[in-house]
Design a protein around this ligand. Structure first.
Ligand SMILES: Cc1cc2nc3c(=O)[nH]c(=O)nc-3n(C[C@H](O)[C@H](O)[C@H](O)COP(=O)(O)O)c2cc1C
Length: 186
């Protein structure tokens, strides 16, 4: 089984930029989730909002390696309406049974990452590694990504997933680099 796969959904490019940084520095491959029906313009944004409010699972395409061949899948998604983006919701719903261990990176403007982590944990549980507590997770703003590149918390996030890094199966959370300015272990 291979080590880690990064699976990204991005509407405006921020999450994709972060996933690119992560993959180019770690050598991990990337899978990409895209909308079957493109979300351009104001009507596309309205559909993002409606998908979120109604917790819909819009049709997607997934291009990339089979996630079941990887020990860890890092899911990278933007926050929408303080929750999970619709297309990543679809991916998680469709692939939950094929995911061994999940880690999560959320991109956002100001907040809402907790709900993203909670929904992914709920949809991928109850495997021991995918409770919200035990999950390796981090949230980034686009400003932080541009300022730090692959430095700081993103590098630390990747380090925590390297083979041999301590990964207790049932809490305490191994490292929670949640939010700019927040301390580890919270
Ligand atoms: C429909 C919609 C809802 C959003 N809701 C939130 C939100 O609740 N909290 C937040 O911090 N950012 C929110 N954002 C901003 C995005 O999460 C943020 O810009 C993200 O980095 C975009 O990632 P992407 O370029 O990969 O799509 C929202 C964006 C959209 C399009």
């Amino acid at each position: 089984m291979e080590h880690a796969l990064v699976v990204c959904y991005s509407h405006t490019g921020v999450s994709l930029r972060l996933a690119d940084l992560l993959c180019s520095h770690t050598g991990w491959p990337m899978g990409v989730v895209t909308d079957e029906r493109p979300r351009s313009g104001a009507s596309g944004t309205l559909r993002c909002i409606a998908d979120s409010l109604l917790r819909r699972q819009p049709a997607i395409r997934y291009e990339g390696p089979d996630p079941s061949n990887f020990r860890t899948v890092v899911l990278v998604s933007p926050v929408w309406m303080r929750g999970l983006s619709g297309p990543m919701r679809t991916f998680v719903a469709q692939y939950a049974r094929r995911l061994h261990r999940v880690a999560v990176i959320v991109t956002m403007n100001t907040g809402g990452w907790e709900n993203v982590v909670a929904e992914i944990a709920a949809r991928t549980g109850p495997a021991p590694y995918v409770s919200a507590n035990a999950m390796v997770k981090a949230a980034f703003t686009s400003k932080e990504i541009e300022a730090d590149g692959f430095g700081g918390r993103l590098e630390e996030f990747a380090r925590r997933l390297q083979p041999g890094a301590a990964m207790p199966s049932r809490a305490p959370a191994p490292f929670v680099a949640i939010h700019p300015g927040e301390s580890a272990g919270t």
